[in-house]
Structures are given as C-alpha cells and as structure tokens.
Design a protein around this ligand. Structure first.
Ligand code: SPD
Length: 349
C-alpha cells in the first residue's frame, strides 16, 4: 500500500510536467528532500541534481497544489507531508571533505600559483550572455591545473583550449611547464586579455567552434580542455573539435553539470564519447564552481524560477570529466550552423 500511495501522489505532483517525462520516486524524493534542507531556490536546484527547468516546474506545481508557499523569497512547506512515501524513502547528507572541497587534490602546494593567478584575474572581462559565458572561481581554475598535472598532462605537452573564459591558459602558462598552449576563442576581449598577459607566449586565435577545426590543428595536441555549453548539439561540437585536435592516445577535459544536463543527456554523451573511441578516466563530482553572471535576470532560469531572488554564490557546479583515446576513429569535422546554446534543459543562457 505504501508504494502505491507514493506512486499515485507522485503522478498528482508531476503529471503536468512539460518535458514529457515523468519523474521517478527517487528524483521527486530528492527534490523534496532538498527543500527540507534549504529554503533557497538556487540551493534547492543545486541539491536536487536535476535540470533546473524540472526542479522549477515541480516547485511551481507544489506551490499551486498548496504543499509549499513562498515567504519573503523563501520556499517553505505549508502542509505536513509526513504521510508521503517519497520523503521517507529519500534522504542524503552533503558530506564533503573540507580540506579539498571534494576534489581530492592537495592544493596547499599550489597556493603561490593561485595567488599570482588571482592578481591577474582581477582585470578579466565580465561574462557575456552572447556566448553562454560564466567562468569558474579562480580556485577552480588552479584546481584544474593541479588535476592535469597529476595526470602528467602539462609538462612538455602541447595543449589546446577550446574557449577560455576561465583563463586556464594563463594558469597553465604560469607553471612554465607546457611545450605549447593554444587558445581558440570567439570573444575578442578574451583573446586580447590572454595575449596581453602572456606577451604572446600563449598562441591565441579567434575561432567560432561551429567552423571546422583548422587543418594545422587537427591531430596536433596531446591534451585539450573545454568547458562547453550543454545543449546536446553544442556539447558535441565542442567535444568533437577537441577530440579532433588530439594525436594518438591524447586526453581531453570538460565539465558537465546536472543543472543543464539530465542523466539521459549524460547517457547520450557517454555513448558518443565511446563511439568516438574514448573512455572516461575521471568524473569528479562538483569539481567546478562557477561565479555568478551579471545577466542572470535575463535568463530562462530566472524567468521560470518560482522565487525571484539573486542567485547564491556557486550554486552552479559541474563535474570535471577526463577522457582518453583508446581507439582511432574517423571524426566529423564539418561546419554546423545556427545557434548551438539551447535545448529544453538549458536555462542559464
Ligand atoms: N550561462 C552561464 C553558465 C555557463 C557555464 N558554462 C559551463 C557549463 C559547464 N559545461
């Protein structure tokens, strides 16, 4: 009886979901449990580990049905849900190592590098909506350096960055270890900034990722790094250009969220990487912490949020993923057209 009542209640709460998918008890339970842990909308999204449009819709539905109310920007329970099976079956504890922020890296030895990087980053350009920009914290950028170094992916290596609003090229350049760093970036403010800071040591080229990777860069690198937009099409284009840039058993890095990518999308992406001849060597949960972007009020996320409040710092996080080629496959380098930043799960553009 308990399970049946839970399933019926679940249907009542989610039958109006616009995404044409039903939520499992686990997914809905996770959202309810997140509301118990925080009354802040952005934190609830972060804890729910589901696409923001889904969380926003469930919250709106619960508000409409009187289970929740909004008071002074806070999301609060207005009915006792103790009889609901869902909340009894899902519970989690956000336990995380305070020393390394869950990244598994000893950052003490990178403290000088972080200090120098922070100083440089003070003058960085702000995030632009036009290119779905939203850069990570300075600490995250240097943690990426540490992760890459742990994998022997920096010293003596030829590294390409496809898009670099996170200024990872500068972090890598400061180590003095790479053989070559190339940045492919569409935003002229960033190409100028990186060129000015590094005095031309880092090669910077204007590049629109929708265009084929230039021939002289195909198979020319040991490592690529990109933090792509997360529409499925956009993600694939960034990842393909990166994979094309690699020689032999080269390695690639990218971030992937739960905020803009459901596990169905993760499934598609993992299959795609496999088809391209790559395996995943690392998935480090919540590795990348993003700073706020000034344009948040213009985004879909803000317009569908049931509560109009300013985002809390670092609510938006992504897993850091590393891949490595094990089989040579022919990869498509053709041009794509149109806007690549949107799909039904996107919300921060
Ligand atoms: N639109 C602002 C946030 C953009 C962050 N992009 C990185 C996504 C991680 N792959």
């Amino acid at each position: 009886m308990r399970a049946r009542r839970g399933l019926r209640e679940e249907a009542v709460l989610t039958d109006s979901l616009k995404h044409g998918r039903t939520l499992s008890s686990k997914e809905l339970g996770r959202i309810i449990c997140s509301i118990k842990k925080s009354s802040n909308f952005w934190r609830i999204v972060e804890l729910s580990r589901q696409p923001l449009p889904v969380v926003a819709e469930v919250l709106s539905s619960l508000i409409d049905k009187g289970y929740l109310r909004v008071d002074d920007g806070r999301v609060l329970f207005s009915k006792d849900l103790s009889g609901l099976d869902l909340q009894d079956t899902v519970d989690f504890d956000e336990s995380r190592c305070r020393g390394c922020n869950g990244r598994g890296l000893d950052m003490d030895r990178y403290s000088d590098l972080l200090k120098r990087f922070r100083e440089i980053a003070k003058a960085r350009p702000s995030a632009l909506r036009e290119f779905d920009q939203g850069f990570v914290s300075e600490e995250t950028t240097i943690a990426r350096v540490a992760l890459m170094h742990r994998w022997a992916d920096i010293k003596g290596k030829e590294i390409v960055l496809i898009g670099d609003d996170d200024l990872l090229s500068i972090g890598l350049w400061l180590t003095g270890m790479p053989e070559r760093i190339v940045v492919l970036e569409i935003d002229e403010r960033l190409t100028s900034f990186i060129r000015d800071v590094t005095g031309g040591t880092v090669e910077v080229r204007g590049y629109d990722v929708r265009r084929p990777l230039p021939e002289d860069l195909v198979g020319a690198f040991d490592v690529f790094f990109t933090d792509p937009t997360e529409s499925l099409e956009g993600f694939k284009v960034f990842a393909l250009r990166g994979m094309l840039s690699l020689r032999g058993d080269g390695a690639g890095y990218f971030g992937l969220t739960r905020v803009e990518a459901s596990l169905n999308k993760w499934y598609e992406i993992q299959g795609f990487l496999h088809q391209c001849g790559f395996v995943i060597t690392d998935i480090i949960d919540e590795f990348n912490h993003y700073q706020d972007w000034d344009y948040y009020q213009d985004t879909r996320a803000y317009s569908i949020a049931p509560v109009k409040i300013e985002p809390i710092p670092y609510w938006y996080k992504s897993s850091q993923i590393r891949i490595e080629r094990v089989i040579e496959r022919d990869l498509d380098n053709s041009e794509v057209t149109g806007l690549i930043y949107f799909d039904e799960e996107s919300s921060t553009v």
